[in-house]
Ligand binder design. Structure first.
Ligand SMILES: NC(=O)C1=CN([C@@H]2O[C@H](COP(=O)(O)OP(=O)(O)OC[C@H]3O[C@@H](n4cnc5c(N)ncnc54)[C@H](O)[C@@H]3O)[C@@H](O)[C@H]2O)C=CC1
Ligand SMILES: O=C(O)[C@@H]1CCC=N1
Length: 271
């Protein structure tokens, strides 16, 4: 990461659990100096303690950016401690599911530039995707600052409308968990077909990773990539007939899965 405003004025990370750590790991790996990061977390992990970041000490009065990564349920306890940085030049970025820009404006004041972001944990290896939407105080420069930071750990997309954030959360925020479960399910199925557990897991993991990389790098439509694997009357066709049965199967299950996650995000938004 280049010498940026963040490297000079500092970044405060409020909450460094699974998502905060995933992003921090990505930023440090890409050259953000640990000395510019100030983490507030009452239960720091061993990994965090070994990173060299400033931990639970005094934070800069006007950091370039405050990244909020506590659980939505902890927000009203955790956020007030950063109130002194609000209303000035500091940009607030929150990754909490379901917490609306309007709720942040109530807590931080409507004069504060606030960006709501939805990242995902592949950020830890630079392969995340984050959607962002800002309040009325957010300028193009703020959006670019957030994009610079978040693009260090993967892709960034801007949303036209904050209400799209619930659907984004259902697809890409929670999505890695669905894919990890697919790996678990394929490995278990391999075992059921007689493979040793280690071998079944290695095959499932490499297949999901390889298919993901091919889908990303080839630029080919995923439907065409699927057809490329499927020989007429061959093994894949036999498998897909189960997975895609009666227009239902996986497509329906994934639809219900994403809908449930998006609905939960809407529910969290209602407080
Ligand atoms: N885990 C994921 O894949 C994703 C999570 N998110 C969002 O990220 C946020 C954090 O989620 P996770 O990292 O999964 O949860 P987590 O429970 O792993 O991390 C939350 C962290 O906040 C800390 N904390 C608790 N009270 C605090 C306080 N008063 N001040 C400062 N820190 C405090 C906890 O010690 C913990 O380390 C949530 O709002 C979630 O919606 C967003 C996208 C993906
Ligand atoms: O499960 C959650 O609530 C968070 C938000 C998206 C992924 N993890």
């Amino acid at each position: 990461m280049q010498e940026t405003d963040i490297a000079r004025r500092g970044l405060v990370l409020l909450g460094c659990g699974k998502m905060g750590s995933a992003m921090l790991e990505g930023w440090l790996a890409r050259g953000l100096p640990p000395s510019s990061v100030h983490v507030i977390d009452p239960s720091p992990s061993e990994w965090l303690q070994g990173t060299g970041v400033n931990l639970n000490g005094e934070t800069p009065a006007d950091p370039a950016l405050v990244l909020v990564a506590v659980k939505p349920q902890m927000m009203s306890d955790a956020l007030p401690q950063l109130q002194p940085a609000a209303g000035g030049p500091t940009l607030f970025v929150s990754v909490a599911a379901g917490v609306s820009l309007q709720r942040y404006e109530v807590m931080l004041g409507a004069a504060t530039p606030i960006i709501r972001a939805m990242p995902n944990t592949p950020a830890a290896v630079g392969k995340g995707i984050t959607a962002i939407a800002g309040n009325a105080q957010v300028t193009e420069t703020h959006l670019q600052t957030a994009e610079d930071l978040l693009s260090a750990v993967g892709e960034v997309v801007r949303l036209e409308d904050e209400t799209q954030m619930d659907a984004v959360t259902g697809v890409s925020g929670s999505g890695p968990a669905y894919v990890f479960h697919m790996i678990e399910a394929m490995a278990a199925a391999g075992e059921a077909e007689g493979l040793a557990p280690d071998l079944a897991l290695a095959l499932a993991r490499a297949t999901v990773a390889g298919a993901g990389a091919l889908a990303q790098e080839s630029g080919e439509d995923p439907g065409q990539l699927r057809k490329n694997v499927t020989s007429p009357n061959g093994t894949t066709q036999a498998g897909l007939e189960v997975l895609m049965r009666d227009e239902g199967g996986l497509r329906q299950l994934v639809g219900e899965t994403v809908h449930a996650a998006a609905e939960r995000s809407r529910e969290l938004g209602r407080g």
